[in-house]
Design a protein. Structure first.
Length: 261
């Protein structure tokens, strides 16, 4: 068994190669070695310092296993609709794929399907994490009470006719408009995330259907290569969606804090 075969399944992905070859990791290794040399350390020690810097950067970039974080424990009932439904659909696809794996006789095809099954597990966990973020984002938009903000803004505009204006009313109108703009941006992000997650759920269902077909027809493990690539791509798309939601949530939190200062 080679070194690659001994890796945990979540590391047998494209992102692992990207992490290993990341320019930032290579630069970090050079900086670490340079620091060691400038500090007067022996050459081997300086190289070791560079290796530690490289390993630290790569470690941050490596994909995490599906059970890496305690909050990743899946509980669809804790979410509102439609996020709960998306997670339930993912869990159903996961169970169907596991059933396909169990139905295949021991051998290379079974083993490869089992490997792909771990990536399906990762996809479902990412689906859960996306759904949690989307649900929280919708709740955050709701807490902004945009209808009330629009009503207040209209009242301020009616109280300040013409072009002269009152500085205090101007500032109030600007603050209310900023609140509305922020909420509308976050609502759009949540809507786009909902639509993308629905599509990605459909792609997961399609992967399961293909697994059923291949388990009955394939006589060569190479026939499963496309399925494995598609599932890896799906996991990557879910990770990107989740990261986008995390960034949007962080930006929304900052704006909310500024609004309440």
């Amino acid at each position: 068994m080679g070194l690659i075969d001994r890796l945990p399944e979540h590391l047998k992905a494209r992102r692992t190669g990207e992490a290993i070859m990341a320019p930032t990791a290579i630069v970090g290794a050079g900086i670490g070695t340079s620091i060691g040399v400038l500090a007067g350390a022996p050459l081997l020690a300086a190289i070791g310092l560079g290796a530690l810097a490289y390993a630290a950067v790569v470690g941050v970039k490596l994909p995490r296993g599906p059970h890496a974080r305690r909050e990743d424990r899946i509980d669809p009932r804790s979410l509102s609709e439609p996020w709960s439904r998306f997670v339930q659909a993912g869990l159903q696809a996961q169970r169907r794929f596991a059933g396909v794996v169990r139905s295949v006789d021991p051998g290379p095809i079974h083993d490869r399907l089992a490997e792909i099954g771990t990536r399906v597990d990762a996809a479902v966990h990412e689906c859960w994490r996306v759904a949690r973020r989307g649900d929280a984002l919708v709740a955050g938009v709701r807490s902004l009470d945009l209808d009330d903000a629009r009503t207040q803004l209209e009242a301020v505009k009616r109280a300040q006719p013409g072009t002269g204006g009152n500085a205090s009313l101007d500032q109030t109108a600007q603050a209310l408009q900023a609140q509305i703009d922020s909420g509308e941006r976050l609502a759009k992000v949540a809507t786009n995330a909902r639509d993308r997650l629905q599509l990605l759920d459909a792609r997961l269902d399609e992967a399961v259907a293909r697994a059923v077909e291949l388990s009955l027809q394939a006589d060569d493990v190479q026939a499963l290569s496309g399925l494995g690539d598609d599932v890896d791509s799906l996991v990557g798309d879910l990770e990107s969606l989740r990261q986008g939601l995390e960034e949007a949530s962080a930006a929304g939190s900052v704006r909310s804090e500024q609004r309440h200062v």
